[in-house]
Design a protein around this ligand. Structure first.
Ligand code: G
Ligand code: G
Ligand code: MN
Ligand code: NA
Length: 262
């Protein structure tokens, strides 16, 4: 596959870049952070979405250096936002969410790389959230969870991404060192009607109540309308992300959005 063989050189040549999508507090609408989403500016094919190349990078192992690069860039960017936002009125430092592939979880350097990046940049561990998909942790044994536990003990948040799509074992949540549930976009889509389907409302209400009883925050993905945001806020979700607020974009845009309420 042409894209696969081009990946290592692409990393060396700096063809990857990161877009940031704001995470907004549903209660007051303030920007609290952003999720980092990597893209590849391919010299022939133009901008490629991660769905096109992350699976290839996972297959070849390039995901480890690529993921490390994304982590370092994103944490540096968070540092820049924090410095420029300043201001006593700011509701805490802007936080950064970074996606982790299952292969990165099993790589022995994950904890040390993360510690090094936080130290080099001077970003507090609690300003970083690592997103891991629910499916990556299905049936996870202690060896797989150990690095995540260490990161969580340091104060790094761990989020369960795409929650509710897989084979959610709700009882399993207790064992996982996660502090955030990211409710999959499909739940948000079911809130398109106002009022939403009563069964869908009950399901989300149940998930939120379970999450809160386990001390987990709930972030909702894929919010595209004000009606969705309002219903999800009423259901008790904490944070939202989606086109209604902003599409993924360059770091400068997040800075502008966040400054408005700072
Ligand atoms: O917004 P977008 O279409 O780019 O995201 C598509 C998918 O790619 C999402 O599932 C997201 O979690 C994943 N993704 C984006 N950036 C990264 C990354 O840096 N590492 C990993 N492992 N996945 C990513
Ligand atoms: O990590 P994750 O798989 O959740 O990545 C988020 C994906 O969802 C990315 O592909 C991103 O571009 C996409 N996305 C973000 N906001 C919206 C939205 O409001 N609607 C839709 N349809 N997709 C979104
Ligand atoms: Mn994600
Ligand atoms: Na997701």
């Amino acid at each position: 596959h042409g894209l696969t063989t081009a990946l290592p050189a692409a990393l060396e040549r700096g063809e990857f870049f990161i877009e940031y999508q704001p995470l907004v507090h549903l209660g007051d609408g303030s920007v609290r952070g952003a999720e980092a989403l990597v893209r590849w500016l391919h010299p022939q094919h133009g901008v490629l979405s991660p769905d096109r190349f992350i699976p290839l990078a996972e297959h070849t192992g390039l995901i480890v250096p690529l993921g490390r690069w994304v982590l370092e860039q994103s944490v540096r960017q968070a540092r820049t936002w924090q410095e420029r936002r300043g201001g006593a009125d700011a509701p805490g430092p802007l936080r950064i969410n970074v996606n982790l592939s299952p292969c990165q979880l099993t790589h022995p350097g994950l904890v040390q790389d993360t510690v090094d990046i936080l130290e080099r940049t001077g970003v507090e561990p609690d300003a970083l959230c690592l997103e891991v998909t629910e499916s990556a942790l299905i049936g996870a044994d202690d060896d797989l969870l150990k690095p995540l536990r260490r990161l969580a003990e340091m104060g790094v948040d761990i989020a369960l991404d795409d929650f509710g799509t897989g084979y959610s074992n709700l009882a399993n949540l207790r064992r996982l060192p996660v502090s955030v549930l990211k409710l999959d976009r499909s739940f948000t889509q079911s809130m398109q009607q106002f009022p939403a389907d009563p069964v869908d409302l009950k399901i989300v209400e149940g998930i939120v109540s379970l999450a809160h009883s386990l001390d987990l925050a709930v972030t909702v993905e894929g919010v595209e309308t004000g009606a969705q945001a309002e219903q999800l806020r009423i259901l008790g979700c904490d944070t939202a992300q989606g086109w209604y607020y902003a599409r993924p974009g360059p770091p400068e845009r997040l800075h502008e959005l966040a400054l408005v309420d700072a």
